[in-house]
Design a protein around this ligand. Sequence first.
Ligand code: ZN
Length: 424
Amino acid sequence: MAIRAAALMGVAATLLFVGPGRVPDSAMAQQRPPPRVSAPATIDPYPTATDTRLGGDDNQTRFVMDLTRKVELRAFTLADPYRVVIDLPQVTFKLPPKMGESGRGLVKAFRFGLVMQGGSRIVLDTVKPVRIDKAFVLEQTDSQPARLVLDLAQTDRDTFLRTIALDNPKVARPDPKRFEREAPIKGDPRPLIVVDPGHGGIDHGTRAASGETEKQIVLDFALLLRDQLEKSGKYRVVMTRSDDTFVALDERVRMARARQAALFISIHADALKKSEGEAQGATIYTVSDTASDAEAARLAENENRADVIAGIDLSREPDDVADILIDLAQRETKTFSLHFAKTLVTELRNVARLHKHPMKSAGFKVLKAPDVPSVLVELGYVSNKEDLKQLVSGSWRNRTAASIAQAVETFFNTRVAGSPASPQ
Ligand code: ZN
């Protein structure tokens, strides 16, 4: 099943545990940065990352991150694409927004952010296979912040793959109790809608030239949509995330299925590179094995990269999805999804600019629940000035969220009344 594909991505990893007792190497002396004063003015419950530096060349590269206090770290490598992952306890990143977009030496670029409550992560994309030579954190001193140091050396692919242990690193799972707390009261007969703001934490999604991130835009919008839906009193609403946390794609699907959701609405914003031309307006996507056009295929590929961006497959053992797939149920789900997508296009047309082809389909992992009607709404393009203006506008958001809520209402009314639009 395609839903399993995430589990097959580069999960093999080699681990390097570095505990607090480890004494750093004298090699640090070479690249000692200028002294910095590290004490923050306010007490943050979490250590804060205040700066990063990259040094070295194509053979050996050093990554340094300044922190307000010492933390424990765990570092490992992943293949295809080549990455180095550093897991830390929760850290507040106070770094410039474009930090990590370009690299040096063996490091192409890097990302950082929350991957779960209590856990932060740095993912470095490397230009070729690398070996972790050293990974440690230096205690802060009077004149120096605590420093995380990672030394990478180049290696060849065979060696890289050989040294990768086959054991999947035991990444702490998101606390299931966290979701239980969010679970609705049992016996509530109202339909449950899962609202899914895309990306989060370490995965920013697309980014406007002026700095606005997709993960923030879609979270703001999704919270508004939740409020609009709840206001009617007719639905229960569960968010896949309500803060800036990374949630793996299959976890989002699992949350909807476990609650027997009646509808799953994923919210995203798209972007085109300058070389890809201009596009504008909202698009509604449903799932399909074959993409409806090249743009839909490109988008699905981008949106499905979340697990690669986060640096590791966080998915559990393949669950029952593959085994209980009943063709009939799935076909019915597809019909409902399509019906809702059409209703949504009709409603949105009144309040928002739509893409010239507003209904498309492609293989989005997040839409693959076989038993939950699911759509993915791309609200617009952050690369388009007019779209961006609307995406951050309070009145546009209110209008658009209200029209989605209206489409939900129409959808459930027709469902209760009998059959949805006939299959096509
Ligand atoms: Zn997205």
